[in-house]
Ligand binder design. Structure first.
Ligand code: BT5
Length: 266
């Protein structure tokens, strides 16, 4: 991986031309002891998935599909924090290295100008009181033209290449950060390892302000599916643990730990 500057993320690395799902492969590797920071990358997935078994469209040569094994020392109820750390790392690397206004649609989608450019799927294996490992799967639409993008999605889709063209975004910084999948991958892993170290040492609260600053939802009216319930309210805040605080009609407050944002508006 060119320009990779990490100590641990991506140093153990597996590459596949084609695979069903990088998450399945990473779960298998993790079960047999693969270390923290192990990365599985594929050129193409034949059964890429999102949450709740929804499909993730994974086209050969156009997108970045990877999974990372993490071994945080946490009780299982805080496993979702790794999703937020990954979301922040991806949003930040796209902003800092490519000049793209990437935002987080809590907790696991990356949007640019309101369209979905990447999604994150976190799966974990744990004992009752301790996480054994977490696999964080990330799919990014990199080189897709508008014809390559799925159109039957919950949310309109976009790619880095399309947004670059539309916004005239330029890579910034001293190094030439190319619009190629290996560069996107290296920039993301470099940023993620830095944030993961902060997270492991100080907890998610150290990233809370940054998460709020690049949020696509804070301050907006949102409709959130929480198991069988649908909540509508103003997304007001994130807690130190990354839960979403909603102000509901009638002044009631709800804190959502896991949910799916179906709709947002100003
Ligand atoms: C996600 O789920 O957004 C998580 C996607 C994670 C994919 C990665 S790729 C590497 C690793 N291996 C895997 O098998 N998965 C991970 P969710 O929030 O449930 O969103 C899924 C929805 O996004 C679908 O139902 C579609 O509406 C939409 N979608 C599917 N493919 C898309 C794409 N390429 N671009 C934008 N939206 C897409």
């Amino acid at each position: 991986i060119p320009l990779l500057r990490t100590r641990c993320f991506g140093r153990t690395y597996e590459y596949h031309e084609t695979i069903e799902s990088t998450n399945d492969r990473a779960m298998d590797l993790a079960r047999t002891g693969a270390p923290h920071g192990t990365v599985v990358v594929a050129e193409e997935q034949t059964a890429g998935r999102g949450r709740l078994r929804r499909p993730w469209v994974s086209l050969r040569g156009l997108g970045l599909y990877l999974s990372v094994i993490l071994r945080p020392e946490l009780p299982p109820r805080y496993g979702h924090e790794t999703t937020l750390t990954a979301s922040l790392a991806l949003a930040r690397s796209l902003r800092d290295l490519y000049g793209l206004p990437a935002r987080i649609k809590w907790p696991n989608d990356i949007l640019i100008s309101g369209k979905k450019v990447a999604g994150i799927l976190t799966e974990m294996h744990s004992d009752p009181d301790r996480i054994q490992f977490v696999v964080v799967g990330v799919g990014v639409n990199v080189l897709h033209s508008s014809m390559d993008l799925p159109s039957d999605t919950l949310y309109p889709a976009t790619s880095l290449a399309l947004e670059r063209e539309r916004l005239g975004a330029q890579p910034s910084g001293e190094e030439p950060w190319a619009w190629s999948r290996p560069h996107v991958l290296a920039g993301f892993l470099n940023t993620w390892e830095e944030l993961d170290e902060i997270y492991m040492a100080q907890g998610l609260q150290a990233l809370r302000e940054d998460l709020i600053a690049v949020s696509a939802v804070i301050g907006k009216v949102v409709r959130v599916q929480v198991s069988e319930r649908i909540l509508e309210g103003v997304a007001r805040d994130l807690t130190d643990r990354g839960a979403l605080v909603l102000d509901m009609e009638g002044g009631r407050r709800e804190t959502v730990w896991v949910g799916d944002i179906l709709h947002l508006r100003e």
